[in-house]
Write a protein that binds this ligand. Sequence first.
Ligand code: NAG
Length: 282
Amino acid sequence: MSKAPILSPSSPFKLALIQLAIGADKSKNLQHAKSKILEAARHGANVVVLPECFNSPYGTNFFPEYAEPLDGGDSVAMLSSAAKEAGIYLIGGSIPESRQGKIYNTLTAYDPTGKLIGVHNKVHLFDIDVPGKIRFKAKYGKIGVGICYDMRFPELATVAARKGCVAMIYPGAFNMTTGPLHWELLQRARAVDNQMYVAACSPARDLEASYHAWGHSTVVDPTGAVIATCEESETIVYADVDPAQVETIRSSIPLYTQRRFDIYDDVSESVAFDDEGNGTKK
Ligand SMILES: *[C@@H]1O[C@H](CO)[C@@H](O)[C@H](O)[C@H]1NC(C)=O
C-alpha cells in the first residue's frame, strides 16, 4: 500500500488550446499567435496553450533557419508580452531553440506578469539528452508538460501525477498516420492511468506545407472522457478544468492508495525536483 500524493492547493480554471495556422513567415506567425492568445483571454481563458513549433513550419529541416536563443529572441519576447497583456498563464507551445551550437525543441511557460516560469526540452529524442523541466506551478495548481512524442511514454505523466500535477499538457504535431491511430488514445490512456486532465494542442493542418498535422486538439478529463475537441482547421478549443474532479475520481477508484510498491517500484520515487520544477533522476 502507498500513501496518496498530496495535491497542491488548486482551483478551477478555463483552459484554451490554440490550434494555430502556421505559415513560413516567422514574424507573421508570431503576430498571429499573439492575436489568438488575446482572443482566448477575451473569451475567459486563464491558461492558454500554443502548439509545437508554432513559429516555424514543422520539420527538423526547418529548425536551423528558424531557431533562435531564448535570451533576446523574438519569440520569447512576444510570448512574455502576450502573457502579460492577456493576463494569463501561457504555455508557449515550442520553438526551435539555438543554444551553444545545438538546436533544441523547447517549450516555455509564462505567468500573467509575463515572467518566464518554465523551460522544457523535448525529452524523448534520438540525439539529445538533457533533463527536462516537466512541471511548473500556476496559481491554479501544478501543471505537467511534455512535447508531442513525450506523450507516448507513460512514466513522464505518472511522475508528474504522483508529484501533485492536476493536468498534463502536450503541445504536439502528430501526422496523418499516427494522428488517427494514437493521438486521442494516448491522451485518454495517460488520463485514465493517472486520473488527471490531459490536453494536447496541435497546429492546424496546412495541405500546402510539407508536413500535414492531424489537428484535433483535445482535452480529456480524469475519467478518460474527451470533454473538448475539434477538427483540423484553425480554431480555439476551450475546456473548464476542475481539480476537484481529480480528487473525486481518485476517491471513487482508489488507484492512488492501492498501488503495490512491494511488488513494483514507484517510478516517481526515482525523480527529484528542485524548487524550480527541474526533474532529475536520483
Ligand atoms: C507519420 O509518422 C510515422 C512515424 O514516424 C511514419 O511511419 C509515417 O509514415 C508518417 N506518416 C505520414 C503520412 O507521413
